[in-house]
Design a protein around this ligand. Structure first.
Ligand SMILES: Nc1ncnc2c1ncn2[C@@H]1O[C@H](COP(=O)(O)OP(=O)(O)O)[C@@H](O)[C@H]1O
Ligand SMILES: CC(C)(COP(=O)(O)O)[C@@H](O)C(=O)NCCC(=O)O
Length: 403
């Protein structure tokens, strides 16, 4: 067994744990390999799903695993890592936990905030990677290497988009986590964070919790399903006596002012249903992010906007609002695209940044999805938890090329 790997479940060995410790959630990515090294002797991979490999490299076959925990429940995460001994894959040359040789790649603000806790509880050093670097690396990896990763969402329909590797850049990456970062991506490692907004996923969850007394994010999202935003939002028609304002392109049903009806209804918070509040809030925040994203795309002449971050959660109403917003404001010029592994960009980027850690001190050169895996084959679907499809512990079958 390699010093950097751990034998689990029969033939499987775990390595390369990477963490993204954000303001709301901790994301984990780790690799479990189930075969010994083999050598890829294809000069060039013909499959569209694979990246080009021009030399002979050792290949590790295995699965890439994903998991997440609420940052406020970091002890559950530590226990999960400890129980599955995921951290031992980061210990090199027989290094025991607590020694300098035990480190795990980590990104996000929590890589700084919780460094001492990881050291005390698990005996591992968090090897910090820049959050923006990781988001971009994670997005580029997914877009280039994972089959059916990006999709558009229109009128309740998901359409997967084939990514032409030669025509990927430039694009705008909008990561909707607790807050929102907007990054213009021009290539591998070539990017600029061009904007951001503090009205993001944390705002939806935080305000939603205060206004509805919901106990979990999923509950809040579930409520939005059954709500009607028109009960609280002031529409153009409410102001214009049921008429549209066609001269400036506003239909009577367009929202003129989010939560605007609450100023004149003479009602208390308790007079509104939690469902309607959640719906209006989700609409307000999604709309706002869609609009700011479009404006930034316009600033730089970008046609494609990829949305990531766990705020989206594959949720139909969220994606629909963002898509409609981008379409409306850009007059159809720009497109909103969503990512199947939306919340794991940073963790994947940290994973990809492994250089001198993991199996045999090998450098992770490339990660390639093993085969196009249909949603039904993996159980990997695109919806959020509301329709019960999202499983926090999903995995992708893949190969790691090392050298
Ligand atoms: N189970 C959950 N608990 C809390 N927030 C969740 C959950 N699932 C999705 N979210 C949403 O995702 C946001 C966090 O997204 P994420 O991309 O993980 O960002 P961060 O890195 O800031 O934690 C939350 O603010 C919330 O809007
Ligand atoms: C500070 C952050 C990069 C942290 O990332 P997060 O944990 O939210 O994913 C992000 O919250 C952000 O970009 N906030 C917006 C700040 C601003 O531009 O106003």
């Amino acid at each position: 067994m390699d010093p950097g790997s751990l034998e689990i479940q029969g033939n499987s060995t775990i390595s390369h744990l990477a963490l993204d410790i954000g303001g709301s959630l901790i994301k984990l990515v780790y690799f479990s390999r189930y075969e010994e090294f083999s050598v890829d002797d294809n000069e060039e991979k013909s499959s569209k799903e694979s990246l080009l490999v021009s030399k002979r490299y050792p290949v590790l076959q295995g699965r890439l695993h994903f998991a997440k925990f609420e940052t406020s429940k970091i002890n559950d995460c530590l226990e999960f890592i400890r129980r599955n001994q995921l951290h031992l894959g980061g210990c090199q040359h027989g290094g025991a936990p607590g020694s300098e040789n035990c480190c795990v790649k980590a990104t996000g603000g929590g890589a700084y905030k919780y460094a001492d806790l990881f050291k005390e509880e698990l005996g591992i050093y968090l090897d910090k990677e820049d959050e923006m670097d990781c988001l971009v690396a994670g997005a580029n990896f997914l877009l280039k290497a994972v089959h059916e990763e990006a999709f558009t969402y229109t009128d309740g329909r998901k359409d997967f988009v084939q990514i032409d590797h030669d025509d990927l850049y430039p694009y705008l990456l909008v990561n909707i986590g607790s807050g929102v970062s907007m990054i213009k991506v021009d290539g591998d490692g070539k990017f600029e964070r061009v904007s951001g907004t503090n009205v993001g996923g944390g705002t939806f969850w935080g305000l939603g919790r205060l206004l509805t007394k919901c106990k979990s994010f999923d509950e809040l999202l579930e409520l939005s399903h059954q709500g009607n935003n028109r009960v609280i939002d002031m529409l153009v028609g409410d102001i214009y006596g049921g008429m549209e304002y066609s001269k400036i392109g506003l239909s009577s049903t367009a929202i003129a002012s989010s939560f605007g009806k609450a100023i004149s209804d003479n009602k208390e918070l308790t007079d509104y249903s939690p469902e309607d509040i959640s719906r209006s809030l989700l609409r307000m925040i999604s709309n706002n992010i869609g609009q700011i994203s479009y404006l930034n795309a316009l600033r730089f002449g970008l046609k494609r906007i990829f949305f990531g971050g766990f705020f989206i959660r594959g949720h139909a109403y969220t994606m629909d609002t963002i898509s409609v917003g981008v379409h409306f404001w850009s007059k159809g010029e720009a497109k909103a695209l969503f990512l199947r592994h939306e919340g794991f960009l940073g963790a994947l980027g940290a994973f990809a940044s492994y250089e001198k850690h993991g199996l045999d001190d090998s450098i992770v050169r490339q990660l390639v999805q093993q085969s196009p895996i249909s949603a039904s084959h993996t159980g990997y679907k695109i919806h959020g938890p509301l329709n019960g499809e999202w499983n926090d512990n999903e995995s992708i079958e893949c190969s790691v090329y090392v050298s």
